[in-house]
Design a protein around this ligand. Structure first.
Ligand SMILES: [Cu+2]
Length: 112
C-alpha cells in the first residue's frame, strides 16, 4: 500500500517536471518556440530571426505536403497536410531553405 502511494507521488512529480520544462521553453530561460506557417505555397514569414537554441515549428496549413529543406543544415522530408515539423537551431548563421516539392517556395532563417 505504501509502495503504491509512493509510485503515484513519483508520477505526479514527473508530470510537474514536464510542465516546468514546457513552461521554461516559453520564456523563463530565453529559449522560445517560433512558428512559421506554410500556407498558399509560401512560408509565412519567409524571413525569420531566431536565437541559437530556439525551436522553430513549421505548420503546414495547405491541403498537400511540403518540405522544409536546407541542405547541410536540416531537412524535414514531407510534412503532410495539417502536419507540423519542429527543429532546434543549434548553429548561428543565415540558413536558406526551400521546399523540394515546390522550388519557388523559399525561406530564410537568421540564427543569432
Ligand atoms: Cu511545398
Amino acid at each position: 500500500m505504501t509502495h503504491r502511494g509512493t509510485a503515484r507521488k513519483t508520477a505526479a512529480l514527473g508530470a510537474a517536471a514536464i510542465m516546468a520544462l514546457v513552461h521554461g521553453a516559453c520564456a523563463a530561460d530565453g529559449v522560445s518556440l517560433q512558428t512559421v506557417v506554410i500556407e498558399g505555397v509560401a512560408y509565412k514569414p519567409a524571413a525569420l530571426t531566431v536565437k541559437r537554441g530556439d525551436r522553430v515549428k513549421w505548420i503546414n496549413k495547405d491541403p498537400f505536403p511540403h518540405t522544409v529543406t536546407a541542405p547541410g543544415s536540416f531537412g524535414s522530408h514531407s510534412i503532410a497536410a495539417g502536419g507540423t515539423w519542429t527543429h532546434v537551431m543549434r548553429r548561428s548563421g543565415t540558413i536558406a531553405y526551400a521546399c523540394t516539392l515546390h522550388p519557388n517556395m523559399n525561406g530564410t532563417l537568421q540564427v543569432q
